[in-house]
Design a binder for this molecule. Structure first.
Ligand code: HEM
Ligand SMILES: *[C@@H]1O[C@H](CO)[C@@H](O)[C@H](O)[C@H]1NC(C)=O
Ligand SMILES: *[C@@H]1O[C@H](CO)[C@@H](O)[C@H](O)[C@H]1NC(C)=O
Length: 323
């Protein structure tokens, strides 16, 4: 990971799911103490739907797919569906030409199966693609011959803690492994934020629905998109999100605007320092990119989506931050 990407993801996790300094990669743990009892118990990234986690994960269920019991275990048939996209072990390579259409399939499954599907501005537009591009960009085995990497069946299974033969796979929680004799990205060829955004935009150019912020309204197949102009006080427009730097400007600035609501319940003095931390991280993430300033962020439209809990409660909606 580029330091820009790793740094942003870590700060984001620490602020929204941890205690501002550290965070759990699973659920709550005594190892990540709450700050003087002010923050409540940090939920970790497993308890972070719509803040950090997204619906439409490759192998995990959506937040409200209750039938699965939790939202973080691997659903073996979902893994099988991904695996089956490259059935020939000798030539299998789970690259983005495979994983992006798989994301489109999963997106449609959420619309068709989950009455509470929600595709949020940060979780849906940036985290969801990461869940797919990270598979190939990081897990692929790099070599001089294949600098982009080859992600074959065995390596994929190892990273996802899957054993057994196709058709009778088993997932063993906690046994996710970097395989032996596996090579990471070359030094100097890190996966950076600009690199990641190139992948995000390429996927959205092919499947414009990926940028539809919105969700099902309580029944399946009721997907309704929000009006981005309304959301952003006219600064951004759904039709031009793919142009120039609009997408990153909108999404990263929305994170700052939504932060006070997402951190609801936090002690006032701490809230300012946490929002300040996010503000700084977003500034670093955007780098030299010049953005038209987002001054308002009207999230009233989210109330029609029962699955949008956590993204914005509206209570702090009057507090706005400038980046
Ligand atoms: C600072 C580093 C990282 C943070 C904070 C982080 C955080 C997260 C979070 C919050 C999710 C849940 C997203 C969702 O709801 O789908 C997630 C999923 C995922 N992450 Fe990471 N991640 C990090 C590094 C990595 C790395 C290095 C890899 C690859 C080797 C990776 C691969 C994945 C994959 C594949 C998923 C989706 C899993 C699935 O649904 O099947 N992540 N990550
Ligand atoms: C990774 O690629 C190298 C070079 O082709 C190869 O020697 C090695 O066995 C591969 N590792 C895995 C885990 O497939
Ligand atoms: C924005 O959307 C909300 C909720 O749907 C609506 O009440 C409001 O009138 C809209 N504002 C504008 C300027 O269209």
């Amino acid at each position: 990971m580029g330091k820009d990407l790793g740094g942003f993801l870590a700060i984001y996790g620490a602020v929204f799911d941890g205690n501002g300094a550290e965070w759990s990669i699973g659920g709550p743990t005594p190892n990540v103490a709450s700050l003087l009892g002010l923050l409540g118990i940090p939920q970790g990234i497993s308890g972070s739907h719509n803040k950090y986690e997204a619906d439409v994960s490759p192998t995990r269920p959506d937040l409200y797919e209750y039938e699965y019991g939790n939202d973080y275990k691997v659903i073996v048939p979902q893994f099988q569906q991904m695996f089956d996209l490259q059935p020939d072990a000798a030539t299998a390579n789970y690259d983005l030409s495979v994983l992006t259409p798989f994301r489109a399939t999963r997106f449609q499954q959420s619309i068709s199966d989950n009455p509470y599907f929600f595709n949020g501005p940060f979780s849906g537009v940036l985290v969801q693609p990461a869940a797919y591009t990270f598979i190939f960009r990081f897990m692929g085995n790099k070599s001089a011959e294949y600098p982009e990497g080859i992600l074959n069946q065995d390596v994929l299974k190892s990273f996802f803690a899957i054993t057994g033969d196709s058709g009778s796979f088993t997932w063993t929680e906690g046994y996710e492994r970097i395989p032996d004799n596996w090579y990471k990205r070359a030094i100097g060829d890190e996966y950076t934020i600009p690199f990641f955004l190139t992948d995000v935009l390429a996927a959205a150019a092919e499947y414009p629905q990926f940028l539809d912020i919105g969700g099902n309204t309580g029944t399946v197949n009721s997907f309704t998109g929000v009006d981005i102009q309304n959301l952003t006080g006219g600064v951004f427009d759904g039709a031009t999100l793919l142009e120039g730097n609009n997408l990153e400007c909108f999404v990263f600035q929305a994170v700052v605007q939504a932060a006070p609501d997402m951190l609801e319940g936090t002690e006032e003095s701490l809230l300012d320092s946490l929002v300040g931390q996010i503000n700084g991280a977003v500034g670093d993430a955007l780098g030299d990119v010049a953005c038209e300033k987002l001054q308002t962020y009207n999230t009233e439209q989210y109330s029609q989506f029962p699955g949008s809990t956590g993204v914005d409660s509206g209570k702090n909606a009057k507090r706005r931050y400038r980046i």
